[in-house]
Design a protein around this ligand. Structure first.
Ligand code: TRP
Ligand code: SF4
Length: 329
């Protein structure tokens, strides 16, 4: 359908995805496939903006991540799935956009200072790190995307993208680039096993392709309401990470029973976790099955990525034709 609006988003290649990634972004990406023409890519160059000194295995992590995307339900027949570094036009547009982007726009970007402080063990006083949002803008507007599904933390980058697109159109009297909208993903932050935000660096993750045994073992040692020490102490489900999962994985009647049972000490944590283990395992079983299928067919995976890259390259090079003509280069 030619008149469908276009959505684009990217993820850094972090390797295997966890439930925070699934509920925070991926489920939304999957849902958008019904309504939009979708482009989803591995932001492997972006990984280097913070990890240039120890890139690890970006290629392998990218492959793992795409496997998880497909396992969770991204459909290569409906979505263009590709790898940023394979589409060299991103770099060309990044260079041209760098020429027109005022330094002050980058210096005042709130995530710039924030991340430098958060990752103070890394030297992020680099040109590439400051220019990160320009690369992100190139990623987005080279596909003339209308919408970009992202979390709240990325909204300043989308705003900057709009400003850069507008400035390009103004300077070169063109109408090449639409100004994309951020499509905010309203997802509650999913707690990890220890109650902090789920994150690989905290080692508190449930991965979307964990086995039934892993799921049972992890949920069994998950933190509960710390005030509920003994079985007959009443608990408060609203402060309990286990209950946050029930809200996502259990039926309305189970949720109600558990909330009531917890408050009245009618249900113990072990029993409560058993119900959750069953529901999480059931929900993730098909993801794991699809993963096994894709893993057994490495050529198939390679073909999917190659086809996505080819489709993305066609789109990106068509845009660059227009861009060069507008600039007169
Ligand atoms: N900056 C994003 C992140 O860290 C990843 C990203 C790179 C991206 N380019 C993008 C997201 C383009 C959306 C659109 O999560
Ligand atoms: Fe948490 Fe369930 Fe225990 Fe209540 S009964 S504290 S919700 S694990």
């Amino acid at each position: 359908m030619a008149d469908r609006k276009r959505v684009l988003s990217g993820m850094r290649p972090t390797g295997r995805l966890h439930l925070g990634n699934l509920h925070g972004a991926l489920e939304n990406w999957i849902r958008l496939q019904d309504q939009y023409e979708c482009f989803y890519f591995v932001a492997d160059w972006h990984a280097l903006t913070t990890d240039y000194a120890s890139p690890g295995n970006i290629g392998e992590n990218s492959r793992e991540m795409v496997l998880d995307w497909l396992s969770a339900g991204l459909d290569p027949r409906r979505s263009t799935i590709f790898v940023q570094s394979q589409i060299k036009e991103h770099a060309e547009l990044y260079l041209l956009l760098a020429m027109i982007t005022p330094l002050a726009w980058l210096e005042r970007n709130p995530t710039y200072k924030e991340q430098q402080q958060q990752l103070e063990h890394k030297d992020l006083g680099t040109y590439g790190f400051l220019g990160y949002p320009v690369l992100q803008a190139a990623d987005i507007i080279i596909y003339r995307a209308n919408g970009v599904p992202v979390g709240k933390d990325q909204l300043p980058h989308i705003e900057l993208t709009r400003e850069i697109a507008r400035r390009f159109n103004y300077l070169y009297k063109s109408e090449i680039f639409p100004e994309p909208d951020g499509l905010l993903t309203e997802a509650p932050v999913l707690p990890g096993l220890d109650g902090r935000k789920m994150s690989k660096s905290y080692g508190n993750c449930i991965f979307i392709t964990d086995s039934g045994k892993d799921i049972a073992e992890k949920i069994s040692r998950m933190m509960t309401d710390p005030q509920r020490v003994r079985r007959n102490d009443p608990g408060n489900p609203e402060v309990c990470p286990v209950f946050a999962y029930h809200k996502l994985y259990s039926s309305a009647s189970e949720i109600e029973e558990i909330a009531h049972g917890c408050r009245s000490a009618g249900i113990g944590c072990v029993e409560c976790k058993k119900i959750l283990i069953r529901n999480v395992a059931a929900r993730l079983a098909p993801v794991r099955e699809r993963r096994a299928k894709f893993e057994s067919d490495p050529d198939g995976l390679r073909d999917i990525i190659a086809a996505g890259n080819a489709r993305a390259a066609r789109e990106a090079s068509a845009t660059m034709e227009l861009v060069r003509r507008a600039i007169g280069i």
